[in-house]
Design a protein around this ligand. Structure first.
Ligand code: DMJ
Length: 634
């Protein structure tokens, strides 16, 4: 008002109309209301390029539609997916600042949903390859292309394999065969009990004979079914495989809910992709692709580094409540590469590959303390949040996916190989130690201070280092094979030194302790695979019979301490011969532990390492012998 009265050229025109003070006030109130209404109406206009042209500068409009191509899918999605039932009703249990809260304006929520539904488009060369020159994450879905639909040539892929998937079955000694058959029987027992008491739930509770759902997979169910599929297939448990397949066909719904991006990717996407490649059955491919698309909005962050938790319905994502300062976890965002390249390969849509290539780009840009990769990175700034480094939990499978990306690319993705080589060199320099008793272990690093502990999870590294050693060049090869053997042997010691002959969740090398848990809270064993995983790789790469012997000891211990009336259960204390059970048959027991044990007693051409890499949940994904277009190109 004051302003109006004093403006030159506007000599108090309300006064000119002959209005009194209260009338002037009412008039101005009406005027400001009208202005607010007009402004608000802009936000209710339809999301079409016509209005974008009106309200955005020309260049901005063009780049929106060419680099992210969001408009077509966005408007399609906003018209088809505005049901409020898709929206979260309450904040997640792990309360961490979400970048979009349930109270966000409706248009924003619709946009987030729209980003969850990228339209398929015809196969294109991925922007950027082994040199990491990927386009930055745009945070939006690609355009729908009206050209002929893309079809993956499954027959061509099968012809490219160098070995039959389930091997040629040459003569073998009866003991090896009998041991393999025993492991097959364990798998059947685990599956039959899951089917009987928990089919459609995520895991079996073998003591109470019911199912467990948990909170890792949002509204997805049947984690054990999807995790078990390829193991059932490889073990030639045909009837059981058909049961699992039928469940996927008839009952596997991609329900919404708040899920771990990492877990959904490694178990569900990985399991479905692997089973498709093994069998050629379309249902597995289509479910994998549908699910993969639901994961894409997690990448809509300022850096393109995805957050850990995603609402599979709304596409909103946020960081774990326990992850410091809203950070993303190295082992989570670093364990998407293999699956996402295959999603691009099977769909012809490069968006999946672009997302993971961008993660690499961010990681290559950020400075590494002593060449090490800390476990917590901000998805907002792309900087490390905390200097905790571990090859076990929080870090582990990031390293695994570097070397496996290179192997999966048929050794063309030299960027991944270099990142792996450099990371391993730094780990060896700063974290690998030898105990007073001569055991080699990999410590954890907290801002330069070593924690002399190894988690069970870290025991996968023996196998990984052996796998990488094969390709390390003659002079380094033996060195890394020795390191791999020493670490595997240390992990074996953690089993051998327990009363159950099963290993604890973590073991330490301090205060006179060697390879044993010192804390009550670290004495449990939950049917984890990492130690037998390393035995399997070490066997395949050295054929030293001790690895089969060690694997057989694990089989006997599982039978003795973990087998109960209705399945297999984890135990709470490996240092007592009468352990109590935790009443949980983890899905990874069927996906990984039993698969790796079975492969340990197979010939090398069963899921040959020439043809397959195992994702971190032991789901086999094929090596790119056929020069996949979506994979990294040199
Ligand atoms: C599995 O789900 C995967 O191996 C993952 O990488 C970490 N650990 C569990 C099994 O221990």
């Amino acid at each position: 008002m004051v302003l109006l009265r004093k403006l030159p050229g506007m000599p108090g025109w309300p006064t000119a109309l002959g209005l009194r003070l209260p009338q002037k006030f009412l008039f101005l109130l009406f005027l400001s209301g009208l202005l607010t209404l007009c402004f608000g109406a802009l936000f209710l206009l339809p999301d079409s390029s016509r209005f974008k042209r009106l309200f955005l500068p020309r260049r901005a409009t063009a780049s929106t539609s060419s680099s992210s191509s969001a408009s077509s899918s966005s408007s399609a999605a906003s018209s088809s997916s505005t049901r409020d039932t898709d929206l979260p009703r309450s904040p997640p249990a792990a309360a961490e600042p979400r970048h979009a809260s349930p109270a966000a304006p409706r248009r924003l929520r619709e946009k987030l949903r729209a980003a969850a539904r990228p339209a398929p488009r015809a196969r294109q060369q991925v922007q950027g390859g082994g040199d990491g020159r990927a386009e930055p994450a745009t945070g939006a879905a690609p355009a729908r292309d009206t050209r002929a639909p893309f079809r993956f040539d499954y027959e061509r892929f099968r012809r490219s394999l160098r070995h039959p998937v389930r091997g040629r079955r040459p003569g073998e000694d009866p003991e090896t065969r009998a041991r393999r058959m025993k492991i097959k029987e364990m798998m059947k027992f685990a599956w039959d009990n899951y089917k009987l008491y928990a089919l459609g739930k995520n895991e079996l509770r073998p003591l109470t004979k019911n199912g467990h759902i948990g909170n890792m997979f949002g509204g997805l169910r049947g984690a054990t079914v999807v995790d078990a599929l390829d193991t059932l297939y490889i073990m030639e448990l045909e009837e059981e495989f058909q049961e699992a397949k039928k469940w996927v066909e008839k009952s596997f719904d991609l329900n919404n809910g708040e899920a771990s991006l990492f877990e959904v990717n490694i178990r569900y996407v990985g399991g479905l992709l692997a089973t498709y490649y093994l069998t050629g059955e379309e249902v597995f491919k289509s479910k994998a692709l549908e699910l993969g698309e639901k994961l894409l909005p997690a990448f809509n962050t300022p850096t393109g580094i995805p957050r850990g938790v995603i609402n599979l319905g709304s596409g909103m994502s946020w960081s774990w409540g326990w992850a410091s300062a809203g950070s993303s976890i190295l082992a989570e965002f670093g364990t998407l590469h293999l699956e996402f390249l295959h999603l691009s390969e099977l769909s012809g849509n490069p968006v999946f590959a672009e997302k993971v290539m961008n993660i690499r780009k961010v990681l290559n840009r950020v400075e590494k303390p002593q060449g090490l990769y800390p476990n917590f990175l901000s998805p907002v700034t792309g900087n490390w949040v905390q200097h905790h480094v571990s090859i076990g939990g929080l870090g582990d499978s990031f390293y695994e996916y570097l070397i496996k990306s290179w192997l999966m690319s048929d050794k063309k993705d030299s960027e991944a190989k270099k990142m792996y080589d450099d990371a391993l060199e730094a780990i060896e320099k700063h974290l690998v130690k030898k105990s007073a008793g001569g055991l080699t272990y990999i410590a954890e690093w907290r801002g330069g201070v070593l924690d002399h502990k190894m988690g069970h999870l870290a025991c996968f590294s023996g196998g990984m280092i052996a796998l990488g050693a094969e390709h390390a060049g003659e002079e380094r090869k033996q060195h890394y094979m020795d390191l791999a053997a020493e670490i595997t042997s240390t992990c074996h010691e953690s089993y051998a030194r327990s009363d159950t002959k099963l290993g604890p969740e973590a073991f330490r090398f301090d205060a006179g302790t060697e390879a044993m848990a010192t804390r009550l809270s670290e004495r449990y064993y939950i049917l984890r695979p990492e130690v037998v995983e390393s035995y399997m790789y070490m066997w395949r790469l050295t054929h030293d019979p001790k690895y089969r012997q060690w694997g057989w000891e694990v089989v006997k211990a599982l039978e003795k301490h973990c087998r109960v009336e209705a399945g297999f259960s984890g135990i709470r204390d490996v240092y007592t011969t009468t352990p109590t059970h935790d009443n949980m048959q983890q899905s990874f027991f069927l996906a990984e532990t039993l698969k790796y044990l079975y492969l340990l007693f197979c010939e090398d051409d069963v899921l040959s390492l020439d043809d397959w890499v195992f994702n971190t949940e032991a789901h086999p994904l094929p090596v790119n012998h056929t020069n996949f277009k979506a994979s990294v190109q040199q």
